[in-house]
Design a protein around this ligand. Structure first.
Ligand code: GAL
Length: 416
């Protein structure tokens, strides 16, 4: 190679790569709300206790779409972060592109295979290589409930069905409160659709649609009914819902302005961060009509291919994330269940204990299923095809019939 080309390459590298000390990690994530930031601090502190410096790279935006755009730019520039918060099929896609590292040595030494549930290993391990460290198990079919409003309405237990839930939400409206604290952003629409679809069509239909991508199940009367149920929620949100961040919708329930928020259990992190106690200040119900089922998403830290000098810190981070002490400390703050099955629930609050028990029961009963909204049933292109149609319907741009038909068409194209 000619000297001038080498020089140009070196100059380009200097422009794009970040110089970090060997004992540091750069971590890209989208945990920017109050509860999430508190959880990040737990991770940062546990690493710094090991002498590993934390370089924070937050990219706001629940669901991680903005974060994934930033990652793509960094990898294209030849300068990936040490580690990236990632969900489900996004991990698999990055691994297939050859961008992720190899954690097998740490995983084998620490026996990850024996303690991490199969459902998580399906994404953490690609072609027998551990490429990421699972952090937690969240689930999306929760509703966060204002205890004050329920007390005022004399409600002591969760409605038995989705229809009863809507009937109760209408009573909330008559009582002068906002029924659903809601954030109208595409990732929130499609994540809410996890619960609404499952409550409307049941588990087999959910799998036929989001995992098998069966056209007849997608463009079906059941899909139209599921979309109409989204429409019932749409009729019970306040007028400022559009574009609202999820944690601001959680705050509406925390402040007893809204009765309900359908949201994953990261919402509980906001209640905890606000000093609220389950059973006293707020309630956690499974979305009526989905009781007995868990639609899960697991945050993982995907480890990118980095220079030899950064591998030791990367391995230290992976090891920290899976340590039983960290799993307890972090997940109590985050609102999630641990990513290991051998961790005690003793220190978790009532909602955390329910999350852990529900997960175990659903896993044994075969009623644990990936969240389609958060990339645990199919690849990004397919998820986006569903998501676009649900959001267009929610915002009144398509009828339910048109949205169901559009989904079938765009999913088929995305799956080619
Ligand atoms: C999800 C993620 C959660 C939470 C949420 C809102 O994608 O799995 O950990 O951060 O976004 O930001």
């Amino acid at each position: 190679m000619k000297k001038s080309i080498v020089g140009a390459l070196l100059a380009a590298t200097a422009l794009t790569s970040t110089a970090y000390a060997e004992d540091s990690v750069e971590v890209l994530h989208w945990w920017t709300s109050g509860g999430e930031a508190a959880a990040v601090s737990v991770l940062k502190d546990s690493l710094e206790a090991k002498g590993v410096t934390w370089n924070d790279m937050p990219v706001a935006g629940g669901g991680g779409e903005s974060a994934m755009t930033t990652v793509r730019a960094r990898v294209t520039a030849g300068n990936p972060p040490t580690s990236v918060q990632m969900l489900g099929y996004d991990i698999v896609e990055w691994a297939e592109q050859g961008s992720l590292g190899n954690l097998n040595e740490v995983a084998e030494a620490e026996g990850w295979g024996d303690v991490i549930p199969e459902a998580l290993q399906a994404f953490a391990k690609v072609d027998d290589v551990w490429v990421s460290a699972p952090v937690n198990v969240h689930s999306t079919n929760w509703v966060w409930v204002s205890k004050k409003i329920m007390d005022e309405l004399g409600v002591t237990e969760a409605p038995a069905s989705f229809d009863d839930f809507i009937a109760l939400a209408e009573k909330v409206k008559e009582a002068g409160y906002v029924p659903f604290g809601y954030g109208g952003q595409p990732w929130q629409d499609i994540t809410t659709f996890d619960s609404v679809a499952l409550a409307t069509g049941g588990l087999d239909w959910y799998k036929k649609v989001f995992i098998d991508l069966d056209p007849a199940s997608i463009n079906s009367d059941t899909m139209i009914a599921a979309l109409n149920n989204m429409g019932k929620i749409r009729a019970l949100v306040d007028e400022n819902f559009s574009g609202r961040d999820w944690n601001l919708a959680t705050a509406m329930v925390i402040n007893d302005e809204a009765a309900f928020q359908i949201m994953g259990d990261w919402a509980k992190g906001e209640f905890v961060n606000a000093g609220k106690t389950p059973g006293e200040d707020f309630l956690c119900w499974r979305v009526p009509g989905t009781e007995g089922h868990v639609t899960f998403n697991a945050d993982q830290f995907a480890m990118f291919n980095v220079g030899e000098d950064r591998v030791a810190a990367q391995n230290a981070m992976a090891s920290s994330v899976l340590s039983p002490e960290f799993q307890v400390a972090f997940n109590i703050v985050k609102g999630s269940a641990p990513a290991r099955v051998d961790v005690s629930d003793a220190e978790f609050d009532a909602c955390g204990k329910k999350a852990i028990a529900d997960l175990k029961a659903a896993s044994e009963a075969g009623t644990l299923v990936g969240s389609q909204g958060l990339s645990h049933t199919n690849r990004a292109a397919v998820k986006n095809a569903f998501s676009d149609a649900v959001t267009a319907y929610f915002n009144g741009e398509l009828t339910a019939e048109e949205a169901a038909e559009e989904m079938a068409d765009t999913v088929a194209i995305a799956n080619q």
